[in-house]
Design a protein around this ligand. Structure first.
Ligand SMILES: C[S@@+](CC[C@H](N)C(=O)[O-])C[C@H]1O[C@@H](n2cnc3c(N)ncnc32)[C@H](O)[C@@H]1O
Length: 222
């Protein structure tokens, strides 16, 4: 990646400070999901419950809300956390102490290889819309993740769309603010380019639009 692209990626992640993380669950996962994006957090939690595996990598961890609440298929899962921002890694590590997670600072836009791989599942929840670039360039992320999954493993998550969807008033205001500040980079993100990127890298793709959010699960060939 160029230095400018790395700087853009860092700008998107830098908003997550200890102070903003304290209000994240209530504002983003409570208010915004219900009133702006029209995709309740319970729907996103269901995606976790349906797809999370015993050896799991979470990328773009935020506050660790969904990992804290989801049902793992085993009592003692192996949980690995990856993020560009050390603040989110620290907050999520503290919240999930019961699973003794390991952490890695990484930029998902660049190829990576983790010692704990291969994983049964990888989650990218509400990460893609934070990345700079268009859906074509973001699709590189799917290749990076697929390389870390076992055969039959699943990549799942969700992302807020900017094209081909009808944003309401609150959504338009937040989209405009976040895109102008580089917190979001999703003005041109649409469902079909997302589907094409996932389909190029995975054998089977499930994709549903809920409100203005694309909820997905993509399976590697077994
Ligand atoms: C909107 S939060 C999502 C948090 C959580 N997954 C959720 O669903 O609530 C985006 C997260 O992605 C991280 N992030 C942003 N850009 C990244 C990048 N290029 N590589 C890795 N993590 C990144 C941010 O630091 C933040 O933790």
């Amino acid at each position: 990646m160029t230095t400018a692209a790395t700087a853009d990626a860092q700008r998107g992640a830098a908003i997550y400070t200890p102070r903003t993380l304290r209000v994240y669950d209530r504002f983003v996962l409570g208010f915004s999901n219900d009133h702006a994006w029209r995709c309740p957090s319970t729907r996103l939690l269901r995606n976790y419950d349906e797809h999370i595996g015993a050896r799991h990598l979470e990328i773009g961890v935020g506050t660790g809300y969904f990992l804290d609440r989801c049902r793992f298929p085993v009592e003692q899962p192996q949980v690995v956390l990856g993020d560009l921002n050390p603040n989110t890694l620290e907050a999520t590590l503290a919240r999930l102490q019961r699973y003794h997670p390991t952490t890695h600072q990484l930029n998902v836009l660049e190829p990576f290889s983790l010692p704990e791989a291969p994983f049964d599942s990888i989650a990218l929840n509400y990460l893609l819309h934070c990345l700079p670039g268009d859906m074509h360039s973001k699709a590189a992320v799917f290749e990076h993740c697929a390389s870390q999954l076992r055969p039959g493993g699943v990549l799942f998550g969700s992302t807020i769309l900017g094209q081909g969807v009808r944003h309401n008033l609150i959504g338009r205001a937040l989209m405009s603010l976040y895109n102008s500040k580089g917190i979001f980079g999703n003005r041109n993100d649409d469902l079909e380019t997302l589907r094409a990127g996932l389909s190029r890298n995975f054998a089977r793709v499930e994709l549903e639009q809920v409100g203005v959010v694309a909820v997905f699960a993509a399976h590697r060939a077994g």
